[in-house]
Structures are given as C-alpha cells and as structure tokens.
Ligand binder design. Structure first.
Ligand code: NAP
Length: 181
C-alpha cells in the first residue's frame, strides 16, 4: 500500500502557489484544480508529483468528474480549497464522494470586501469523522498602517491549518475590522 501523501487543492495557482510548492517539495502528490492548473508548475520543486486538473468551479459536476478521472477514484484524505462564493457550495457537493470518510478539509475565506465572519455558510458535507477547518484571511500590521497578507503568509496559514485541528483559524488579524487596509 502506498504511503505517499496526496492532497487535493482547488484554486492553488495564485496565493496558494507557495503552499503547493512546499507540499510538492515535501514529497507529497498534489492534485491541483483550476482553469489553468499548469501555471502552478512554474518554479515547482518537483513537477512530477503535480497532477493538473483543468476545471472551472462554476461547473462543479464537471469539476468533480475531472478530479475523479485524474485520481482514478482514489479517496482524497486532505483537501485545501480556495473557491469564490457562492461556487464553493457546488464544489463541496461534487467533491463529497471523492473524499475519504475521515478527510481533512481546509477552506480559505477572503476578507478584502467585508468581514467574512458575517456570512459564513457551514458546509454540510463535513460532519465527523471528517474534519472541516475554515481559515479567514485577515490583514497584517506595518509600522504605520495595515496591509493585506502576502501569498507566502496566506500559504503558511493554509499549510498550518492542515495540521492544526482548530476548526476556525485566522491568518493575521481581523479585529477590529475597521483597521483593515
Ligand atoms: N486578507 C488578505 O490579506 C488576503 C490576501 C490575499 C488574498 N485575499 C483575498 O483573496 C482575493 C484574491 O483572490 P483571487 O481569487 O484572485 O486569488 P488567487 O489565489 O490569486 O487566484 C485565484 C485562484 O483560483 C483559481 N480560479 C479562479 N477562478 C476559477 C474558476 N472559475 N474555476 C476554477 N479555479 C478558478 C485561479 O486559477 P485559474 O485562473 O487557473 O482558474 C487561482 O488558482 C482578494 O481579493 C482577497 O479577497 C485576501
């Protein structure tokens, strides 16, 4: 039986690219879903473990089929999701049969427009023994003001959430929200 770590990452070619590269560098296999997933290959330490899946989250059923084809139906034990709302709901439904019974799912929530905690649907697919963790992307302090997080900071927060069991995590800070950049 293979003990290779394998993760599903949706939306991993932007701010999550450093996380994807770290995972590849650690020897994990990454099934990466986006419209142009090959973009994640640039600068990747081990492209051989990158499994690009071209799919659009606005067509979640096709996205699920594409992932199933790429994984051969092997259940995924870990997933890292960056999906714009409201498309995340369809993506949760389409990935549900592709995840293992005790999968760990980390979903990132942006916060550039509004405090994301004001409207956060709780996905119904992730009851125990699955573990669902939401990671809110806040902002960081500079000497004089605040700024949005860097891709590296976002990626570090996402990677941490894969091993930190806290169900709600914040990268940077969100309080008081009026401090945001
Ligand atoms: N709070 C903070 O400090 C902070 C920091 C960074 C970002 N953010 C939040 O994140 C936002 C940046 O958002 P972003 O979405 O541009 O992030 P991004 O991570 O830079 O890029 C979007 C990712 O989603 C994929 N994607 C986009 N549309 C898709 C679709 N229809 N189907 C499948 N995959 C798709 C993209 O790949 P493809 O183009 O190949 O599909 C890419 O991998 C900011 O506006 C903010 O809300 C917040």
């Amino acid at each position: 039986m293979s003990t290779e770590r394998e993760l599903l990452v949706v939306g991993g070619t932007g701010m999550l690219r450093p996380a994807v590269h770290d995972l590849l560098g650690s020897g994990a296999r990454v099934v990466l879903v986006s419209r142009r997933p090959e973009r994640a290959a640039a600068g990747a330490p081990d492209r051989g473990r990158l499994v690009p899946v071209a799919a659009d989250w606005s067509a979640p059923e096709r996205l699920g089929e594409a992932v199933r084809e790429a994984t051969g139906g092997r259940p995924m034990a870990e997933a890292l999701l960056w999906v714009h709302t409201p498309y995340d709901e369809g993506v949760h439904a389409s990935l549900d049969p592709l995840l293992s019974a005790d999968a760990t799912v980390v979903q990132l929530w942006g916060s550039a427009g509004a405090d994301p905690r004001l409207s956060r649907p709780l996905p119904g697919q992730y009851a125990p023994p699955r573990a669902y963790r939401s990671v809110v992307l806040g902002f960081a302090d500079t000497a004089r003001a605040t700024r949005w997080l860097t891709d590296r900071e976002v990626s570090d927060g996402a990677l941490r959430a894969l091993s930190d069991a806290a169900p709600e995590q914040i990268v940077g800070r969100v309080e008081p929200w009026s401090d945001h950049p």
